[in-house]
Design a protein around this ligand. Sequence first.
Ligand SMILES: C[S@@+](CC[C@H](N)C(=O)[O-])C[C@H]1O[C@@H](n2cnc3c(N)ncnc32)[C@H](O)[C@@H]1O
Length: 83
Amino acid sequence: MIEFKRINLLEASYPICGQLDAIFCRNVMIYFDKDTQLAILKKFAPLLRPDGLLFAGHSENFYHAAAYFKLRGQTVYERASPH
Ligand SMILES: C[S@@+](CC[C@H](N)C(=O)[O-])C[C@H]1O[C@@H](n2cnc3c(N)ncnc32)[C@H](O)[C@@H]1O
């Protein structure tokens, strides 16, 4: 059920096939500016199932990426709309 791979989030595409139930990406995007975060979140969205969840860190917020993800709980995001 679990496959381990090393992925550089700055790459143009990721060697992953959706549909994932969840993406855990905690305290990683804090290193990137908002444009880079947006580009990453745009690639995350179609990898998730429509009801999939993105788990981030407590100091991260993705309000600027509302087109792709909306806040569901403290650090949990759901897809904003089908992609
Ligand atoms: C502060 S650590 C967080 C580790 C873990 N997720 C946690 O919450 O404890 C940041 C992580 O981001 C990873 N990271 C930094 N740049 C990355 C990139 N371009 N692609 C993938 N991971 C990256 C680092 O390797 C590091 O493991």
